[in-house]
Design a protein around this ligand. Structure first.
Ligand SMILES: O=P(O)(O)OC[C@H]1O[C@](O)(CO)[C@@H](O)[C@@H]1O
Ligand SMILES: [Mn+2]
Length: 441
């Protein structure tokens, strides 16, 4: 598309992209290797000698990958046949076609950051699927589960809050309802601080009761379009007789505490009748350390259900029922783990685009989704969000994201410059957040 700025890239020394590729990704690969090592005896118990051989193979493939990355080798095609292998290899050709002859091949420290970072996770998956019988092993599962367990107290507090709200919701006036809606959205926003990719896979859980911190965190919301969400959903609620379904789609990000905040929000949307149906989208393969797969989604709901805590287990039971009765629907699609910007979705995954078009509102959780919404490009801070979406408008949408990458659009004139002057790391430290909406007024 003409007139769009260049992609972020690790080419620029000192940039966040550079630091990520240079330091954080090798660290994540090392941690994955350690995890495989630690599970050696489990593989042996399950599969005998074949399990141990597979562990060795996966480790050697991952060490090779780490070496390619650290020595800035060319990006090579995927070899193992999987549902998305051809699409990936075509995308590689496309990246090659963007280069001049003198540039050589796409490389780790040269090509677009979004592409190489996604490629790293896809290669990691390739190493695992090339190593049967341990080919369904999720190297990040342990840390995702740990994040959930370490956030227990906050999870209990949230579930208790939700259940109290559910029993009072009928009696709330418009203003009170709006207040509660905004609270749960903010909880879901700050839940996004808990991803494990930024911390190199180290634990990043929620240990305090976040509900009490919301007021203090408000100044860190740089774009706040919550009123737009409220007016959209209340309009839907008022016309329910004519249009009986209001569908909110949530493109999930991280498992663990963040997923709990998203499910709590989704539950409230139903009990408040702001929505009648929620559709979730997760990742088909382990992704950016902490992203939610269907296994994580089901596991977490089961854990919540099995809790000894009365209100927590009530949440789990309700959530399971929503799924059984079709009020909550979980979707898988390979597009979410491709390297494409979302403006390519209508071309690359027209079925998914058509599915999203059925929503009245789509919530995109997290930083990586924001990078894909905006194409991970060097936009000016004041460029309108609508423009940065470059034609991606399946339905009204809102990004709910804490800032962890050097891309941000839709700010007020001078806002970005002021932040940069007072706090050099503002774009990447995860301290700031946005609710950024795009849709008809
Ligand atoms: O879980 P989130 O919010 O998408 O964040 C993951 C983030 O990890 C990073 O890739 C760092 O490696 C961010 O820049 C990225 O977007
Ligand atoms: Mn994530």
């Amino acid at each position: 598309m003409a007139g769009r700025p260049a992609s972020l890239s690790a080419r620029e020394e000192g940039s966040f992209a550079y630091i990520t590729i240079k330091d954080r990704t090798p660290q994540i690969l090392t941690k994955a290797i350690d995890t495989l090592h630690r599970h050696k005896s489990e593989f042996f118990e399950k599969h005998g000698e074949r399990g141990v051989e597979a562990e060795k193979k996966a480790i050697s493939l991952l060490s090779k990958l780490r070496n390619e990355l650290q020595t800035d080798k060319p990006i090579v095609p995927l070899v193992e046949k999987f549902v998305d292998t051809d699409i990936w290899n075509q995308y590689l050709d496309y990246q090659q076609s963007l280069l001049n002859e003198s540039d050589g091949k796409p490389r780790w420290f040269y090509s677009p950051w979004l592409f190489v970072e996604c490629y790293m996770y896809r290669r990691l998956h390739e190493a695992i699927i090339q190593s049967p019988p341990i080919d369904d092993f999720d190297v990040f599962k342990e840390s995702k589960d740990q994040n959930f367990f370490e956030s227990q107290e906050s999870v209990i507090a949230l579930c208790t809050h939700l259940q109290a709200l559910a029993s009072a919701v009928e009696g709330l006036d418009e203003n009170q309802l709006k207040n509660e809606f905004f609270k749960l959205l903010q909880i879901s926003l700050w839940g996004n601080r808990c991803d494990l990719s930024l911390s190199g896979g180290e634990t990043s859980s929620q240990k305090t009761n976040i509900i009490n911190s919301l007021e203090d965190l408000k100044p860190f919301i740089l774009v706040n379009d919550l009123e737009r969400l409220w007016s959209l959903l209340t309009k839907c609620k008022k016309t329910r007789e004519k249009v009986p379904v209001t569908r909110v789609d949530i493109v999930l990000d991280n498992s663990g505490f963040e997923l709990v905040t998203d499910l709590v929000l989704a539950d409230f949307l139903l009990s408040s009748k702001l929505a009648t149906e929620i559709h979730f989208y997760g990742k088909m393969i382990p992704w950016f350390v902490s992203d939610t797969t269907v296994r994580d989604f089901n596991w977490l709901i089961e854990q919540v259900k099995r809790s000894d805590h009365k209100w927590m287990s009530k949440c789990g039971t309700d959530w399971e029922n929503y799924i059984k009765t079709g009020r909550w629907v979980y979707h898988d699609h390979i597009f979410w783990t491709l390297p494409h910007e979302f403006c390519a979705m209508s071309q690359v995954a027209p079925d998914l685009y058509a599915e999203l078009q059925k929503a009245h509102l789509i919530l995109f959780k997290g930083d990586l989704n924001y990078r894909k919404l905006t194409g991970d490009r060097k936009w000016e801070f004041t460029v309108p969000f609508h423009q940065a979406l470059s034609g991606f408008h399946p339905a009204p949408l809102c990004s709910i994201r804490t800032l962890k990458a050097e891309v941000q659009v839709g700010l007020q004139p001078g806002q970005g410059e002021r932040l940069a002057a007072s706090e050099p790391g503002w774009l990447t430290c995860g301290k700031y957040g946005i609710f950024q909406f795009d849709g008809p007024l």
